[in-house]
Each structure stands twice: as structure tokens, then as C-alpha cells.
Design a protein around this ligand. Structure first.
Ligand SMILES: Nc1ncnc2c1ncn2[C@@H]1O[C@H](COP(=O)(O)OP(=O)(O)O)[C@@H](O)[C@H]1O
Ligand SMILES: CC(=O)N[C@@H](CCC(=O)OP(=O)(O)O)C(=O)O
Length: 305
């Protein structure tokens, strides 16, 4: 039997609060229905099963209110753990994993295999329909080999060019496979693995892959879920709004480092390539995306042109 209201005309306060929350969300639902959101779910944000469940619920709710959601996921820490287990050494140069043929095979196995299907499973558990693919499927992402990165030799200090192996840069995104899935009510879940015109498999930084897809789709929002509240200033305060010029200053004065450098470069490329706004969010916060999309409060760092 359905739970009934009390006989009083005043609804129970907790229920009234729920109704008010839904009403607060209404203008946002109306604004975003039919729009495309690309969500990059980072490997660091994935650790906790409860957070993963919240993430999947957010994605399914977004789809249910008419937003076309595309998920692109990472898995750097999970690839690292597998490589370690298999006794394969790994290193990063300029934020990218040096990827020989063996590493490329293992990265594809972890990204397009276990992680991709795990996320599809979480979305199914939340009542959504997802299909997991990689950038190789349907010719979604064509890559060119990244030519190399400069690195100082630890002994001599002399800079040299390091060949990164099978690391790819997306040069062409064919959106048709995403449109087909989306039009059928399916949430595409994309692993950051691409294919070259040479037929080789390329390991792609997940932020870069997500940004290229978001730009091609002309997404209204590009969310990047990570393990910090957003972009922080030198005193660790959250920077709520940034534009490309402000990001250049942060890069020059050394406020950002490590994985945040390629992340912000991707955001700048995406907003300059037609995405309305990119938002860096803390994926460990329960329902971070819903708070950002459907409330007046917002969260994380919003990047616009
Ligand atoms: N100014 C900054 N503000 C926030 N995070 C920063 C900043 N500079 C560097 N970082 C680092 O960037 C990391 C996020 O990038 P990354 O590790 O690549 O995340 P993910 O794996 O989720 O893509 C943070 O955990 C933090 O250590
Ligand atoms: C070339 C390159 O570095 N590829 C990344 C792909 C995964 C990734 O980017 O995952 P996160 O978003 O969790 O960091 C890697 O091998 O780790």
C-alpha cells in the first residue's frame, strides 16, 4: 500500500522539502532536455563502490530527463595496478604513459575490458541501458601517434625527446555510433583507446579523448570527475570560474601541476572547439553532477570562453 499523508493539510516537512527540490530542478530540466552532456569519469574518482553507484544514478537520472549523456572513462590507477601485478614497468612523461606494445595490450584489456564493463554494470544497476565501446568501435576515434615529449635526463639534466610508443592523439571523431546509440535511448560508455590509420591500437589520455568527443558533439556541458574539489589556488581555495586567459596565468605561475595540466588544456580546447562549458568536479562527493546541474548552488570549477 502507498504511504499516506497525515490528515492535516500540511504535508510532512521532509516531503515538502523533496517537492521543493524537484521544483528547484524544473527550470534546469527544461533548459537541458535534448542537450548533450559528456562526462569524463576519472580512474581516481572510481575507487569507492558507493560513489560509483551515485555516479551511475546521476547518469541515469540525466538520461531520464532527456539529456543525451555520453560517458568517457579513465582508469590510469587500475592500469598501473595491473602492470605492477604482471611485473611490467611503467612510467609517465608529460602526464602520458609511455606505452610499448605489451603495455598497449594490457591498457586495452583493463580499459575496454574490465573497467568499461564495470561501468556498464553500474548503469544497468541504476536502471539505465548502457553500451560499452572503445574509440576503435565504429571508427569513433581515429588517432595519430603522439610524436614524443621533452624530458630532462635525470643524470645530465639535458633535455631529450622521449618516444611514447603507442600513445595516440585523436585527430578525427566520427560521431555516428554515438548518435545511433543515443537515439535508441542508450548511454554510450567509451574507453579511451583509439585506432590509427595504420591499424595500430593507441592508448589515449582519457581527458583528451573525452574533450575531443565533447567538441565533436558540441556538448552543452563537459564534466570531468576527479579526486579534488576542482581547480585550487595556491592557498587551496576553490576557483569557481575560469576562462582560457585565467588558465594560462595559472599555468605560468605554477599553480597547477601533474594531471591538472592536461586536464585544463583539454577544457580550453573543448570550450574553444564549441563546448558551452567544462566543469571539473569532485567525483567523490555524492551526486556531485546532480548538485551541479539541478541546483542553484553549483559545485567545482566552471570553465567558459
Ligand atoms: N591547482 C590544482 N588544483 C587541483 N588539483 C591539482 C592542482 N594542481 C595539481 N593538481 C592535481 O591534479 C590531480 C587531478 O588530475 P589527475 O590525477 O589526472 O586526475 P584523474 O585521474 O581523475 O583524471 C589532483 O588530484 C591534484 O593532485
Ligand atoms: C596515454 C595515457 O596516459 N593513457 C592513460 C589512459 C587512462 C587515463 O587517462 O585514465 P585517468 O583519467 O584515470 O588518468 C593511461 O595509460 O593511464
Amino acid at each position: 500500500m502507498r504511504p499516506r499523508m497525515t490528515s492535516s493539510h500540511d504535508p510532512v516537512p521532509a516531503l515538502l522539502a523533496k517537492a521543493e527540490t524537484l521544483v528547484e530542478a524544473l527550470p534546469y530540466m527544461q533548459r537541458y532536455a535534448g542537450k548533450t552532456f559528456v562526462v569524463k569519469y576519472g580512474g581516481h574518482a572510481m575507487g569507492d563502490p558507493e560513489a560509483a553507484r551515485d555516479f551511475a544514478e546521476d547518469v541515469v537520472l540525466m538520461k531520464a530527463v532527456g539529456i543525451n549523456v555520453v560517458v568517457v572513462h579513465g582508469g590510469g590507477p587500475q592500469i598501473g595496478a595491473m602492470l605492477q601485478k604482471l611485473g611490467v614497468e611503467s612510467k609517465f612523461v608529460g602526464g602520458l604513459r609511455v606505452t610499448d606494445a605489451e603495455t598497449a595490450k594490457i591498457a586495452e584489456m583493463v580499459l575496454a575490458g574490465s573497467i568499461n564493463k564495470e561501468i556498464v554494470g553500474w548503469i544497468a544497476g541504476a536502471g539505465g541501458r548502457a553500451v560499452g565501446i572503445s574509440g576503435k568501435d565504429g571508427g569513433l576515434v581515429i588517432c595519430e601517434k603522439v610524436l614524443g615529449k621533452r624530458e630532462a635526463d635525470p643524470n645530465s639534466g639535458i633535455e631529450r625527446n622521449v618516444d611514447l610508443g603507442f600513445v595516440g592523439d585523436p585527430v578525427k571523431v566520427d560521431r555516428r555510433i554515438l548518435d545511433t546509440l543515443t537515439q535508441d535511448g542508450i548511454i554510450p560508455v567509451v574507453a579511451p583507446v583509439g585506432i590509427g590509420a595504420d591499424g595500430h591500437t593507441y592508448n589515449v589520455n582519457a581527458d583528451t579523448m573525452a574533450g575531443a568527443i565533447a567538441a565533436e558533439l558540441g556538448a552543452s556541458r563537459f564534466f570531468l570527475l576527479t579526486d579534488v574539489a576542482g581547480v585550487l589556488d595556491k592557498d587551496k581555495n576553490l576557483l569557481t570560474d575560469l576562462d582560457p586567459a585565467a588558465i594560462e596565468i595559472l599555468q605560468q605561475n605554477g599553480t597547477i601541476s601533474g594531471g591538472m595540466i592536461p586536464k585544463l588544456e583539454t577544457c580550453v580546447k573543448a570550450v574553444e572547439g564549441g563546448v558551452d562549458a567544462a566543469v571539473i568536479l569532485d567525483g567523490r562527493v555524492p551526486h556531485a553532477m546532480l548538485l551541479e546541474i539541478f541546483t542553484r548552488r553549483g559545485a567545482g570549477t566552471l570553465i567558459r570562453r
